[in-house]
Design a protein around this ligand. Sequence first.
Ligand SMILES: Nc1ncnc2c1ncn2[C@@H]1O[C@H](COP(=O)(O)OP(=O)(O)OP(=O)(O)O)[C@@H](O)[C@H]1O
Ligand SMILES: [Mg+2]
Length: 509
Amino acid sequence: MIVPQTVTEVWTTMGSTIASFMFIWAIIRQYCPYEVRFYFAKYTQRIISFFYPYIKISIHEYTGDRLERSEAYAAVEAYLSINSSKSAKRLKAEMAKDCSNLVLSMDEYERVKDEFQGIQVWWVSSMVMPLPQSMYPQQERRYYRLTFHKRYREIITEAYLKHVIQQGKEIRVRLRQRKLYTNDSGNKWQIYKQTTWSHIVFEHPATFETLAMEPAKKKEIIDDLVTFCKNKDFYARIGKAWKRGYLLYGPPGTGKSTMIAAMANLLNYDVYDLELTAVKDNTELRKLLIETTSKSIIVIEDIDCSLDLTGQRTKKEEKSPDEDKQKWEKEIRKEHEESSSKVTLSGLLNFIDGLWSACGEERLIVFTTNYVEKLDPALIRRGRMDKHIELFYCSFEAFKVLSRNYLRLEAHPLFDKIESLMKETMITPADVAENLMPKSPLDDAEKCLSRLIQALEETKAAAEATEKDEKEASTKNAQSSFKAAEVPAMEDAACPTTRKLSPKSQNMN
Ligand SMILES: Nc1ncnc2c1ncn2[C@@H]1O[C@H](COP(=O)(O)OP(=O)(O)OP(=O)(O)O)[C@@H](O)[C@H]1O
Ligand SMILES: [Mg+2]
């Protein structure tokens, strides 16, 4: 029975070695100063790692002197929050800072197993306690430790860690509460202060499903957006910054702002609502751009009237009840405006596709306007505003979406009448939506549809009356210009020098 004896001997030797090691360690911990303990731990670690076949990688929450949480730690935490919640026995639930849900993660000193390409790895969550003799109050420093066999060093350090970080980032984006940023402080006393982004939680309920629009056009826009957000490698290959410009134009109330919210909800992006009139100059505009994050939509609404791109602002000065204060404020403002440059067209063009616009990635820039013809062609050329989308008056197809949203109706006998009226008149989706909105608890679908028919008939009658008036006015004009043309003709005969003043020749000038 040599073998059992040998095994027993090995176990006994190992046991006594561990016991003596633990005894020495206990004495050192009890009686030795911190420096000795530190060196002991350091060299013991080296001896162990010489024989130990596993590699450990630690990812700390805070690295060096940085006050910011490490991105890698946050990504690993998110990755493990999904994977560990299936296998870990001790979990902690926390309300994330910018998240509305409880987030589960591994509790301290918990260990979970993960598998990648058939290789097993282990994650442990741990923390370093602060030094008791430290002069400054310190917090414990958390970290995750990854353990794997050294024969898989290459796969784990390259492919697996990349996979963990990427997945973790995606989970974080999915779980985060999205934000709506604005740069307009609204504080008139902050005229010397640079504007910065402030935000609220973005909770707009609009989606492409609820957006009233022809299905083919809607599909085209959705496809375009989805293709954009999946094309990171394509943009890198063609050497283009990963961003896309959209110009939304059309009459008021046709759904431009609603579409921006639907875009943000579809792609899970943040929204930066840029108020150009609050931006002091091109430098400040660039600074605001740099501060925006990836996966976001930068919106400039009513681009035609938010800024006179020759340099003049359109924002009106506000009146103060106190005369002196108002005068003083005016002087300061004037002085300030004189001393500062303004946002110019070239500043805005650089903002959209200059060198700085390539900082960050996966961004949409959206302009909206009611008057596309007023915009400088340079501002909306392809490459800056890649896709131009016209939002127009409500079609019958768009109406059907609204009736589904507002009345849960797919079909109704009154639909035919509405369809024929919609072919003859123009009404905005906003007006249709308002008519379909129940105004009292007694309002049923039929009442709402009848109200819409009435509104359509009124719009049609008003349009016909305007057309008639215009026709009459143009006939009158034609008659009066004909009469006016006759008089100079007779005068011309008497006095040839007046010919130049005839209406025809004036028009030609
Ligand atoms: N296409 C649409 N689909 C669904 N709802 C719409 C649509 N267009 C307008 N609406 C409704 O009308 C309201 C006003 O629309 P929205 O603010 O998007 O119009 P807009 O085109 O941005 O107008 P403006 O040019 O005045 O800014 C919205 O709150 C929405 O309820
Ligand atoms: Mg709008």
